[in-house]
Design a protein around this ligand. Structure first.
Ligand code: PSV
Ligand code: MN
Ligand code: MN
Length: 430
């Protein structure tokens, strides 16, 4: 089903066809000089899919205010439709990651069918025990899986199991668990016991995993707990994933670390331990800013992908990370931001594929720091735009997705159907 008129996309592409062909041929020539086949790179990038966060197509807001844009999705079907537009134009996001109960639905089969009509499937499903839902018996104010009260822990476990059941109906193969559990004051919580209680609860969820499913544990340094969090870093995440078993792995959200932490090192360690679940891509300057991928530190994203490409190149056993976006949009149209981020993920991957691995290995073995660093950087410094443009063109997408989207008038169209939301102080989407 076409959400954007294919003729409009074709007409839009028509103006740039010749330029893309020439730019691609020229890049191909340059890469051939380095012994790199541009078509092979393009095919590998084409095989990379990155999942869209259902919660990302609405305006996020901060804890200070939320300024909704026109045509905000009203429910999960609207969210899927917006994801369908992103996929139709940018051709990099074949799956959606749902968040329960933000995504409420009375007919999951209908949702799955609708998604498939847009060419979309479902990636990891996210549970939410970091906020209270109407009518629930126990509050998560003081935690969920690690709560001091057994009844609250049970409720949180049951919610996660329900998420798995929903995910099964949608074709998901993983559950992502992020908890806001932690403390705001030194002394508020017994740090060891809280972790033990988390493990005990997580074990029950792990035991409910269907065949072929994985459990992704997402760590985060702080927020909403500002003194300690129960799964605060990859160390705690790794301890928990190891205690649970081989199907529990650690998910890296790029915004969940202290400033200046070397994230690619964490990625390398997790790969080495067979514990890398995958990513929530976004970018940040200070904390969990949830900015568009690569908007602040594109070199950092490239360095992460360098580790991933190296692992694939070396055939690391069991290496199969999930790629997902996790962003919040306050001042942009979420559809535009998500298309840009998906393309940025492709860009970083393509750049990492250009790194001449043999040269890099040799420079590292010879302790030639300068040559090693130059070899690595050559990938990052190559403008791979023509590869991304050709990819989209070949897949029926738009050479310039944002320009085509703006020309389509989609936002104005849905704004007529979807009632305007009033600005408010909360960031909740429920
Ligand atoms: C928490 O900051 C997080 O990164 C988790 O992935 C949540 O599921 C998501 O943001 C949405 O709030
Ligand atoms: Mn996240
Ligand atoms: Mn986050």
């Amino acid at each position: 089903m076409h959400l954007i008129d294919p003729d409009l996309i074709q007409e839009h592409n028509g103006h740039q066809l010749q330029h893309v062909a020439r730019d691609y041929a020229h890049l191909g020539e340059q890469l051939a000089r380095r012994g790199i086949d541009v078509d092979a790179v393009r095919q590998r990038v084409a095989a990379l899919g990155v999942a869209l966060p259902s919660w990302g197509v609405g305006t996020g807001g901060t804890r200070f205010a939320r300024f909704p844009g026109p045509g905000e999705p009203r429910h999960v079907f609207d969210k899927l439709q917006d994801c369908g537009v992103i996929q139709q134009l940018a051709r990099a996001t074949p799956t959606v990651s749902l968040h329960i109960p933000w995504d409420q639905c009375s007919d999951w089969s209908a949702l799955r069918e609708t998604a498939s009509g847009y060419g979309l499937g479902f990636d990891a499903i996210n549970s939410n025990t970091f906020s209270d839902q109407r009518g629930q018996a126990h509050s998560y104010k003081f935690g969920s899986l690690s709560h001091s009260d057994a009844g609250t822990r049970e409720q949180a476990v049951a919610h996660n199991v329900e998420c798995i059941r929903i995910g099964q109906r949608l074709g998901s193969r993983a559950l992502t668990v992020w908890v806001g559990d932690g403390s705001n004051f030194p002394g508020q919580q017994h740090l060891r016991r809280a972790f033990e209680r988390y493990l005990e609860s997580a074990r029950q969820i792990y035991q409910a995993l269907p065949d072929g499913w994985r459990m992704f544990l997402e760590h985060k340094l702080c927020e909403p707990a500002f003194y300690s969090t129960v799964i605060q870093d990859w160390g705690s995440s790794y301890l928990a994933a190891s205690a649970l078993g081989p199907r529990a792995q650690c998910l890296v959200d790029l915004g969940h670390h202290a400033p200046s932490v070397n994230i690619e090192m964490i990625v390398a360690r997790l790969i080495g331990a067979g514990k890398l679940a995958g990513f929530h891509f976004n970018d940040s300057k200070y904390g969990d800013d949830d900015l568009d991928a690569g908007s602040v530190a594109p070199y950092r994203l490239f360095l992460v992908f360098n580790e991933l490409v190296a692992a694939a190149h070396e055939g690391v056993a069991g290496f199969a990370p999930a790629y997902m976006l996790d962003q919040s949009h306050n001042v942009t149209d979420p559809i535009e931001s998500l298309m840009g981020s998906a393309a940025q993920v492709q860009r970083s991957y393509a750049q990492a594929l250009l790194v001449e691995r043999d040269l890099l290995d040799a420079a590292q073995d010879a302790n030639d720091a300068l040559l090693a660093s130059q070899t690595l950087k050559r990938g990052f410094e190559t403008d791979v735009t023509p590869i991304l443009q050709r990819l989209r063109l070949d897949a029926g997408g738009a050479i310039d997705p944002v320009a085509a989207y703006r020309a389509s008038g989609y936002r104005a169209r849905v704004a007529r159907e979807r009632p305007a939301r009033t600005a408010g102080g909360s960031s909740g989407i429920v």
